[in-house]
Design a protein around this ligand. Sequence first.
Ligand SMILES: Cc1cc2nc3c(=O)[nH]c(=O)nc-3n(C[C@H](O)[C@H](O)[C@H](O)COP(=O)(O)OP(=O)(O)OC[C@H]3O[C@@H](n4cnc5c(N)ncnc54)[C@H](O)[C@@H]3O)c2cc1C
Length: 367
Amino acid sequence: MTYATSPAAEGDSIGQLIHDALAPQVEAIDQGRYPGDFMRALGGLGGFGAALPTEAGGLGRDLPAQIDIIAQVARTCGSTAFLAWCQATCAWYLHRSDNPAVKDRYLNAVTSGRLLAGTGMSNAVKHLAGIERINLRGHREGDGYRISGALPWVSNLGPDHLLIVAAALDEGGYVMFAVPPGADGLTLRACPTFAGLEGSGTYGVRLKDVFVPAQDVLSGPERFDAYVQGFKPGFLLMQIGMGAGLVQASLDTIHATNQRLQHVNCYLDDQEGDLGQDLQQLLDQTHALARQGQDAPLLNILRARALGSELSLRATQSAALHAGAAGYLMSSPTQRRLREALFVAIVTPALKHLRKEIHTLEQRQAA
Ligand SMILES: Cc1cc2nc3c(=O)[nH]c(=O)nc-3n(C[C@H](O)[C@H](O)[C@H](O)COP(=O)(O)OP(=O)(O)OC[C@H]3O[C@@H](n4cnc5c(N)ncnc54)[C@H](O)[C@@H]3O)c2cc1C
């Protein structure tokens, strides 16, 4: 079966890189190795900038192409696909900023993977959806801002990485900004062991009276709402790539095990044909929404993102049931994908968060 992305197609340099440099280290990544070399190499091939113009260090293609690259990575390693999403999303934020200074400082370096970057936006995104209090707070100081607070989990980080976050201001409104590596008052703390995503470079982040100069501001309070509404479609649609790649990999497993076990696997729910059809529909829908850009209705984007989580949970579970005991071995990618799919459904916006936002928009439309 062929889907929108296939491994190491001829002339596909990203596919070749995934095959040569990512596939051999997937188990080590699952156990905690951060794949920095792969990330830098992927950036060198334009793997984070497919949707960005060449002057921003991108490939000058479009958002569907970026979603497909993330899916291609996820087909081999869901954890690294999340890192690719983090990096592509940081480039996306920077590209969409109307502050030329912050773009000059970071955009090309992030898009090309020379500067790796984490997005600590879960808390702010949940706060804006009325789910939790905001953790970072600050106030204006001269041309910049002074910020303090802590975030429990931010991935794709390390001592040389950029961090992008948002804070509430005492005088009202919000600011979104970049914190360069080694900034005074920034500390990273190791996290407790996770059930998956151990190689995702995830740290607890603390900002203590960090000064954010004007040239590190992505959006100030004047345009914050419009800025968030502007980056949100890409933020959500690119996440679907993580789920789509896991579904593709699960279909590969189902197809392979059925060569031997079709006579009994045929009694399971979620057969290869059904899941393949659902995946194709999800990809078609996601690509269509990505092509619509800012005109795509948010409700449809949220529904597609939720579908991506639901389908990855279903497909990875079905692959595990098809594979049986062989898939239950710690060395099998089948059990790893169950944990990665769960992450797709709990990372912000988690399935419960998506359903809350979908419910609110549906109620508003019905009123
Ligand atoms: C492996 C991993 C990587 C992540 N990477 C990122 C990232 O790169 N960027 C980012 O912004 N977010 C990241 N997150 C956070 C993620 O996106 C969600 O916000 C987080 O999982 C909380 O969602 P929830 O649905 O559990 O929140 P809720 O169920 O609403 O929980 C309420 C809040 O309690 C806090 N909480 C619960 N248990 C603990 C605990 N043991 N320690 C500290 N706080 C706790 C959570 O932060 C959460 O916000 C990561 C989470 C994990 C597990």
